[in-house]
Ligand binder design. Structure first.
Ligand SMILES: [Zn+2]
Length: 155
């Protein structure tokens, strides 16, 4: 998203909204971020003496796998940003700020809900033997990465 310096000098404030694909607004994002639908962006640029203050928010629905129960769930992620720009040319481009603020507080250890108990041992055995669960399978090396994640979370 861009703001025109000429317009800002004339009107002092400019508000914009945009809806776009994750590729165009949050390009180059990590694999675990699975977007559902479009990314919404709204921003306001305000001329303050020799600078432009831009505030806004960016949001999208994402699909994650819960690190505890491994079930897929949908998550609404919203990030706010605020940045001061000085005039450098005619265009103020806020794309990097939008992208970084969105990515910086993506949940690293997504949990479907705060009370998630994970996969219960007897449930997994009875109904779906192929579903594994982190706490009980201490010897399975495939779970080392997940155990690490859980440990880091407890710190
Ligand atoms: Zn869960």
């Amino acid at each position: 998203m861009n703001f025109s310096v000429t317009e800002l000098k004339q009107f002092k404030v400019n508000q914009k909204e945009e809806e776009g694909s994750p590729e165009s607004l949050i390009w180059d994002y990590p694999d675990f971020a699975k977007f559902v639908g479009k990314v919404k962006l709204s921003a306001e640029a305000r001329l303050i003496s020799e600078n432009v203050l831009v505030t806004g928010q960016v949001s999208a629905n994402l699909r994650f796998n819960c690190v505890k129960c491994l079930n897929e769930f949908e998550y609404y992620h919203q990030a706010r940003f605020q940045q001061i720009y000085s005039f450098e040319g005619e265009i103020i481009d806020i794309s990097n700020e939008v992208r970084e603020s969105f990515l910086i507080d993506l949940p690293m250890h997504p949990v479907c809900n705060p009370n998630c108990k994970g996969v219960l041992p007897n449930q997994a055995n009875q109904h779906n033997p192929s579903v594994l669960y982190s706490d009980e399978l201490k010897s399975d090396p495939r779970w080392d990465a997940l155990k690490k994640i859980n440990k880091n979370k407890e710190k």
